[in-house]
Design a protein around this ligand. Sequence first.
Ligand code: AFD
Ligand code: MN
Ligand code: MN
Length: 436
Amino acid sequence: MTTSFIETQPIAAGLIEAENTRRAGVLEREYDLLGEKLARGGIDIEAVKREVSKFTVAVPSWGVGTGGTRFARFPGPGEPRDVHDKLQDCGVIQQLVRCTSGVSLHFPWDWVDDFAALRDEGAQLGLHFDAVNSNTFQDRPGAALSYKFGSLTHTDPTTRAAAIEHNLACIEAGKQLGSQAITVWIGDGSSFPGQQHFRRSFERYLQSARRIYDALPADWRMYIEHKLFEPAFYSTVIQDWGSSLLAAQTLGPKALCLVDLGHHAPTVNIELIVARLIGCGKLAGFHFNDSKYGDDDLDSGSIQPYRLFLVFNELVDAARDRAAGFDPAYMLDQSHNVTDPIESLMLSGATVQRSYAQALLVDRAALDAYQDANDALMATQTLKAAFETDVSPIVQRVRLEAGGAIDPLAVYRASGYRRRMAEIRPKSSGLGGGIV
Ligand code: AFD
Ligand code: MN
Ligand code: MN
């Protein structure tokens, strides 16, 4: 007898329904009230809800494990032991929030022998596979060559070749998974002035990246992810959006620039970078997270929610203008050190979705007019008005109608899922650091 989709879901459907029933009345009243308020401003709440229901943000497989810092890692109970456990945890997130159907795998961490079977396993949980990520920032146990001094840009051609080969293997795996993009982030760089020749290392990057680019299937894209520093502390080869754009433009139309919100200096205006990349048709998409100091990988919207909104403001504006080549991919890229990763990822997915909903409320005709008239105060107030609108009833209703939970956190805690997993999955080692 084949098991039905309902039976393969990690959280009991009855529990979701019971919790939703308790909250449905209040939600209905709040939704109607918000609907009336928006209608007074000429906005149809149903139209906003339809747009929001199409929004999805992928979850990184590594995000469901407990993260760590350079100093230590404190494993949480019931951590996933392998990619199969990770998928199940991602299934929980998707089951409750319903906007996180994509999963992004990282290789070699998530390597399996049978990718077709893994694809089916994901489908059983209502998941599909988003961009694959190649890891050449650490050595594989027993590997003959080391990435200590770089991978795609290493001075040694044999080491570069190994890093290229790994990326090609990731594409092959991704093809079987149904992915359509590879995200390439390299840790390559230098920690001391003079250690690395800036121009030559970038040239080597372009040569290596060309080999990966040439191996992309026709409908695939290559996302180039820049990062200011870390693990290299003086320079990185793909340091900023300028280097990323240069590489993407040199490689060709299938190469695009990915913006990880944590990969910039603290005061950088990220929404402006987003606008620039949209303007030249090179925005790949995002790795969402939040930070106060560096690549802190905190939960999306936990530190600077207004910045997240301003990013979405640019995206909604670009969609309205039908900007050429505009089709961004959304993913969370966070590290959870002190929270339950499932809880953080559920709330982060919902937060990103909320920012999108808020950005949809911006009165763009008014904003255009205020900008043209140089009315700085009213222009900025127009954005603030949208940001300050509590769109909770919209995102809650979207979740409810998609079969998710009005309050995902409450259902998750009531389900005892983590407790059950702690019994099944043995405690993993807390030794060693590791940001991932
Ligand atoms: C890095 C990057 C990148 C990478 C991840 C691994 O943001 O996306 O895949 O961490 O954990 O800082
Ligand atoms: Mn990232
Ligand atoms: Mn990062």
